[in-house]
Design a protein around this ligand. Structure first.
Ligand code: ADP
Ligand code: MG
Ligand code: MG
Length: 210
């Protein structure tokens, strides 16, 4: 039993709403080490995603992810727009033409998303970016599916690992993005993009019923 196009639409809608609800927190984090717009950027993008998803008419899980990607790319400015857009676009390609998303498909989508973010932004683990949340999430998702876990367990493991990965960015000195302009002064602050990645994954896990 996997997730149908309706399940995936509901999960992305839930993630969009939750990210919008975290607008102020993400703005605050980005004020500390960036330009204070991360929550605003994502709220704009995910509000547009919700409007697009209201239109319906998706022929499979991949098309839901693809519309999310193109909407984010065209509405979110800054670094995060193209990065999240690429993540959802690669995830869509990885899902392909399956009509039901199972645990293995979730893992390949998450891995493709990470590879897309890295291809686009060239950040490595430890650079204090969203990559520091997404990398451990992919590893945890893989181990969970290898141990026989289904979608809810896979997403819960990914969300837990992303939370820990995001928290671990506090100690790091930023080497990519605006925060890198601060050098050593970027240490001691949670990276906004790592936090939004953790928020997104938690919302997807909650929507999957884990
Ligand atoms: P901007 O910095 O252009 O204002 P946002 O504030 O929306 O864009 O997003 C900032 C977040 O984007 C950072 O917290 C970081 O997680 C992420 N980010 C920035 N540059 C990169 C990169 N090269 N690779 C991966 N993530 C990045
Ligand atoms: Mg910013
Ligand atoms: Mg900006």
């Amino acid at each position: 039993m996997g997730c149908s196009v309706e399940d995936v639409t509901a999960a992305v809608r839930e993630a969009a709403k939750v990210v919008c609800a975290h607008r102020d927190e993400l703005v605050e984090l980005d004020r500390e080490i960036g330009d204070g717009d991360h929550g605003e950027n994502l709220q704009r993008g995910f509000t547009a995603v919700l409007a697009k998803l209201d239109g319906g008419g998706f022929d499979g899980p991949a098309s839901v992810l693809k519309v999310t990607a193109t909407t984010l790319i065209s509405t979110v400015g800054g670094a995060a727009g193209p990065l999240y857009g690429t993540a959802f676009l690669r995830a869509s390609t990885a899902v392909g033409d399956v009509s039901e998303v199972d645990g293995r498909v979730v893992v390949s989508a998450l891995r493709a998303a990470l590879e897309g973010v890295v291809a686009r932004g060239k950040a490595a683990p430890g650079d204090k970016t969203m990559v520091d949340a997404l990398t451990p999430a992919v590893d945890a998702a893989q181990s969970t599916v290898d141990a026989g876990g289904a979608v809810p367990e896979v997403l819960r493991a990914a969300a837990d690992a992303a939370d820990a990965g995001a928290e671990a960015t506090i100690a790091l000195v930023a080497r990519k993005g605006r925060a890198s302009y601060l050098g050593e002064r970027s240490a001691g602050h949670l990276d906004p993009g790592a936090r939004s990645t953790a928020v997104l994954l938690r919302a997807l896990a909650d929507a999957a019923g884990s």
